[in-house]
Ligand binder design. Sequence first.
Ligand code: TYD
Length: 223
Amino acid sequence: MSRRGKFITLEGLDGTGKSTQLRRLAAVLREGGHKVVETREPGGTATGEKIRKVLLDSGTAGLSPLAEMALMFASRAQHIAEVIEPALARGSIVLCDRFTDSTEAYQGSGRRLGSAAVLELHRVLCGGLQPDLTLLLDSDAASSLGRARRRNKRASRQAAASHSDENRFEQETRAFFSRVREGYLAIAKREPGRVAVVDARGTPGQTHRHILEIVGRKLKLTL
Ligand code: TYD
């Protein structure tokens, strides 16, 4: 039987460069001979991608904060059952773009639903599954949001034909994203053993090297 794999999550505000860093880390791990699964939330399964459309499309109007939180967890429960747990059981390294810390930061802090509700739902719906390591890409709300908005404008022009976009969260206020960032930093303070804060304001290359150093040291992986 192969040994259980490792579960690594990337977190941070929209536009901190998580997806790029996830791809680069996956490439290095594969070169090192590891089996790697790259995935994301909301999404990661056929059902989850449908839920993602509802959650992120700016055409989704009037979604209540509680319904939003419930949909995030519905996508996650399916993702764990269908992708994450089986991959870990096979001994793969699972790299996931966002996980429950996103719900605690965005719905718990951003939408002010509180951490206790998120942690309780996580316990019930996710069996308390914890990442072995979480990389929190930290940058101030103003600069990361500027990047996310520019990127999504380009993507929306490309998606105009399909009349869908992923802009619903980017329409939130600066104050909302400041609360999300504070929420993330509070999680890092509460769980310093699991969550490593990575300064995401440097070049992508600097951030990548910092991430490799943390992954090598904390998970003792050959890179
Ligand atoms: P993502 O596609 O990762 O956005 P980006 O690439 O811009 O960082 O995530 C989509 C959005 O969903 C993002 O604005 C954060 C939000 N989100 C939550 O509010 N709660 C959650 O639990 C998750 C997983 C995402």
